[in-house]
Design a protein around this ligand. Structure first.
Ligand SMILES: [Zn+2]
Length: 447
C-alpha cells in the first residue's frame, strides 16, 4: 500500500512537472511537490483506517486478564459470562497443552461469520492473524463453541511459542483436538463413522473444507485425536505439535502408532470400537466382583486395566477406584484421593466427588467440611438437581464450622441432607459417642 502510494505520487508529480514545463509555469513545481506529498499522506492515512478491524458500531469492550471481549449495548451480562467461561476453560486446556501464554485473545459475537475458509454452517471461527474468536450471535450453546475456538487459540499460541511454522500441524489434527476438548462424549455414533481416506489428504484447510461437503471430517478428526490420546497418552499431543514440518509430524505419528498415516486412518474406527467393547467387558467384570464383595478381585480388575496417562480412560479407572474404596470401607484413603484430585484437577471434580468428599470430611475433619461444600456451590452450576442438594446442605455445613456443631448436625438430620447411606450411619455412630447426653441423632427415625 505504501509502495503504491509512493509510485502513484511520483507518477503524478512527474506528469505535473512535464505539464508545467509545457505551460512554461515551472515556478509552480514547488507547490505541486508539496501538494503531491500531502495527497500521498492522505491516501496512506485512509489506507490505515481502512485496514483496522473496527468493532461493531455499538461495540463495548471488556478486558479481563488476557481476554478482550467485544459486545453490544445491553449485552454486558453475556460479556461477564464469556469472561467467566474463559477463565474456567484456561486450566482445562492447560492440562493438555501446558501453561497458558500471555498473548491476548479477543472474543466477539457477530451476525455473520466472514473470513477465508469459513464453512457456511459454522457457528464459530478463530482468526489466527488477529487472535480473535468470533461466535455467531444468538446461538444457545455458545459456551461449547467458545471452548472449541479457545482450543484453536491455545494451539496457535503453543505453536507460535515453539516456533512451529504455520501449516505444519494438519487441519484434521487441529480440528480433532478442538473437538476432543469440546466433546466429553462422542459427537457422532462411532458405528456410523467410517474413514475411507488417508487423513493426510485433509491436512490443509482448503482440502479439509472441500471434504466437509461430502463427509463428516469433524467427527473423523475427533476420533483420530481420541485414538491418539487414549492409546498413547496426552503427551502424544505435544510430541506431534512440536514437529517442525509436516513430514516430521507424520514421521512421529508413524513411530508412535507403528502405522503409516493411511493405515492409522483406515484402522482407527475399528480400533475405537474394539477398545469400547473391551472397556465395557472390564467394567462388567469389576461390577460382578464388587457386587460379591470380592474387593480384592475388583481391585485386580482395575490394576490390570491399562490406561494411557492423561487419557479419559485413566480418569474413568480413577472413578472406579474411588467406588471400590467406598464399598471396601477404606474411607480415609478415599478422602485422601479425592483431596488430591481436588488439588490437582479441580476442573475434573464432579458432584459425586464433592458429595462424597464433603461427607467424609464431616466424618474425619468436620471443621473443613464447609470449605468443600462452598467450593462445590461455586463450581457445580450445570445440573439443577445437584446444585439444589448442595445449596440446601450449605447452611448447616457452614454452621458446623462454628461454635455449636451439635445444633447443626441436628439440622442435617432433620432435613436428611445426606448423600451416602453408609457414611451417614458412620456419622450417626460418631455423633452418638461425641454427644452421649443428646438424643437428637435418635430422632431421625432412620436408625
Ligand atoms: Zn475448529
Amino acid at each position: 500500500m505504501v509502495l503504491l502510494a509512493v509510485i502513484s505520487s511520483l507518477a503524478l508529480f512527474s506528469a505535473g512537472i512535464i505539464v508545467l514545463y509545457k505551460m512554461k509555469k515551472a515556478w509552480l513545481s514547488v507547490s505541486l511537490f508539496v501538494l503531491t506529498l500531502l495527497a500521498g499522506a492522505a491516501v496512506l492515512v485512509l489506507a490505515v483506517i481502512g485496514s483496522i478491524q473496527w468493532p461493531e458500531r455499538t461495540g463495548r469492550v471488556q478486558e479481563s486478564g488476557p481476554y478482550t471481549i467485544l459486545y453490544r449495548d445491553g449485552e454486558g451480562e453475556l460479556a461477564d459470562e464469556v469472561s467467566a467461561a474463559l477463565h474456567e476453560m484456561e486450566p482445562v486446556v492447560s492440562g493438555l497443552l501446558g501453561e497458558a501464554p500471555e498473548a491476548r485473545l479477543t472474543v466477539r459475537f457477530s451476525d455473520r461469520l466472514l473470513g477465508e475458509g469459513v464453512a457456511y454452517q459454522s457457528v464459530g471461527v478463530y482468526n489466527w492473524k488477529t487472535s480473535t474468536a468470533t461466535l455467531r450471535s444468538g446461538i444457545s450453546d455458545w459456551k461449547s463453541v467458545l471452548l472449541h475456538e479457545y482450543v484453536h487459540y491455545r494451539s496457535h499460541q503453543y505453536q507460535a511459542l515453539h516456533g512451529t511454522p504455520p501449516g505444519t500441524i494438519p487441519q484434521w489434527f487441529e480440528e480433532g483436538l478442538a473437538m476432543y476438548v469440546q466433546h466429553p462424549l462422542p459427537p457422532a455414533d462411532p458405528n456410523e463413522v467410517e474413514i475411507s481416506r488417508d487423513l493426510r489428504e485433509i491436512g490443509t484447510r482448503q482440502d479439509f473444507l472441500a471434504a466437509l461437503e461430502h463427509t463428516d471430517v469433524y467427527a473423523q478428526s475427533y476420533f483420530a485425536v481420541v485414538q491418539l490420546i487414549e492409546r498413547y497418552g496426552k503427551e502424544s499431543v505435544l510430541l506431534l505439535m512440536n514437529s517442525s514440518s509436516q513430514d516430521q509430524f507424520y514421521a512421529r505419528l508413524e513411530k508412535l502408532t507403528g502405522k503409516s498415516s493411511a493405515d492409522f486412518s483406515g484402522s482407527l474406527m475399528n480400533a475405537y470400537r474394539k477398545d469400547e467393547e473391551q472397556m465395557q467387558e472390564t467394567v462388567k467384570q469389576f461390577h460382578d466382583r464388587l457386587f460379591k464383595d470380592d474387593f480384592e478381585g475388583a481391585g485386580q480388575v482395575l490394576a490390570a486395566w491399562s490406561a494411557a496417562e492423561g487419557s479419559r480412560t485413566a480418569k474413568e479407572v480413577e472413578d472406579y477406584q474411588h467406588i471400590l474404596l467406598l464399598h471396601a470401607g477404606e474411607w480415609k484413603e478415599l478422602m485422601y484421593r479425592l483431596e488430591q484430585k481436588r488439588a490437582s484437577r479441580p476442573y475434573d471434580m464432579r458432584f459425586l466427588d464433592y458429595a462424597l468428599l464433603a461427607e467424609l470430611t464431616l466424618l474425619f475433619d468436620p471443621e473443613h467440611a464447609y470449605g468443600v461444600v462452598k467450593e462445590a456451590q461455586a463450581r457445580i452450576t450445570e445440573d439443577a438437581t445437584s446444585s439444589h442438594f448442595i445449596n440446601q446442605a450449605a447452611e448447616p455445613y457452614e454452621w458446623i464450622a462454628g461454635n455449636d456443631p451439635s445444633e447443626d448436625y441436628r439440622m442435617l438430620i432433620e432435613d436428611d441432607l445426606f448423600f451416602n447411606q453408609e457414611i451417614k450411619e458412620a456419622l450417626f455412630e460418631k455423633w452418638q459417642e461425641d454427644y452421649p447426653d443428646e438424643t437428637w441423632w435418635e430422632r431421625s427415625g432412620k436408625r
